[in-house]
Design a protein around this ligand. Structure first.
Ligand code: CP
Length: 305
């Protein structure tokens, strides 16, 4: 593959190969003397039209750990502010001959469109409510390292599924790798018709978390709601916030995940987020390894310039 635009389009073998490569990168990332220079002389541009802490910084660190020259485009102070379009911005940057552009955009499909206009590799770092493929890969790597497998596990994805690109990419990946995926949310935050695609849906945390191996929590994405869903935070937390009591509905050795950013006291309590069953900080470390793996996998497809 020349680009990574989504989990959709990757085969289970592609996913497994990326996870195996990412497993190697965990050690490379931890030990300076094992670092490779696969991307030496290559230019990587990070083009983020939406806010990010984890994804942007880990793509920058991943590129640098592989020897790339990494440029973070400051969209807030760019000519986007003067009305330049996404495509003109991309074509302008492409003329400077980068090798890889990593893009986050608020519109679903924007990254696919951009990939058609440039001749370098493009990586989707999140497009609207559509896909966030490297998040799903880092979640899968974290699950595999802790549970030894993905196949046969019961994974409950809980919260604002409707607006979540993380949920969407995870649903595609986990189903492809043989996990049982449950969606747990108020009915207004479950995508219509999703049950027809084979995903079990629950409006009760007690039922949805029963016998779950993994409990994956999601942030309420108010920025994508246009004011249409406004329960009080207290009410939302009471029914859908993960606290110790609700976590006890899952298997005793269940592990808790959250892609971040977290809203403590809204979708998750602090004691669960920081507790012994939480993998949240490990997910962040795996984010660097997975992004190194993705960049290295693309390296073999980069044109000679
Ligand atoms: N999980 C995730 O994408 O976090 P950021 O928005 O901080 O990059």
């Amino acid at each position: 593959h020349r680009h990574l635009l989504g989990i959709e389009g990757l085969s289970p073998l592609d996913i497994q190969a990326l996870l195996d490569l990412a497993d190697e990168q965990v050690e490379v990332s931890r030990q300076v003397e094992k670092r490779k220079t696969t991307l030496r002389g290559r230019t990587q541009i990070n083009l983020f039209f939406e806010a990010s802490t984890r994804t942007q910084s880990s793509f920058e660190i991943a590129g640098k750990r592989l020897g790339a020259d990494v440029m973070n485009m400051q969209v807030g102070s760019s000519s986007v502010k003067k009305g330049e379009t996404l495509i003109d911005t991309a074509v302008t940057l492409n003329a400077m001959r980068p090798d890889i552009i990593v893009v986050r955009h608020h519109a679903a499909g924007a990254v696919h469109l951009l990939a058609q206009k440039v001749d370098c590799s493009v990586v989707n770092a999140g497009d609207g409510a559509h896909e966030h493929p490297t998040q799903a890969l880092l979640d899968a790597l974290t699950i595999r390292r802790n549970k030894g497998r993905i196949e046969g596990l019961t994974v409950a994805i809980c919260g604002d599924i409707l607006h979540s690109r993380v949920a969407r990419s995870n649903m595609i990946l986990l189903a492809a790798m043989g996990a049982r995926v449950r969606l747990v949310a108020p009915s207004t935050l479950i995508p219509p018709g999703i049950a027809r695609l084979g995903f079990e849906t629950f409006t009760s945390m007690k039922e949805g978390l029963k016998d779950a191996d993994i409990v994956m929590m999601l942030r309420l994405q108010r920025e994508r709601m246009n004011g249409s869903f406004v329960p009080s935070v207290k009410e939302y937390f009471r029914f859908y916030g993960l606290d110790q009591e609700k976590l006890s509905f899952a298997k005793p050795d269940a592990l808790v995940m959250h892609p971040g950013p977290m809203n403590r006291g809204v979708e998750i309590s602090s004691d669960v987020a920081d507790g012994a069953q939480s993998l949240i900080r490990e997910q962040v470390e795996m984010g660097v390894a997975v992004r190194m793996a993705v960049l290295e996998a693309l390296a073999s497809h980069l044109p000679n310039r």
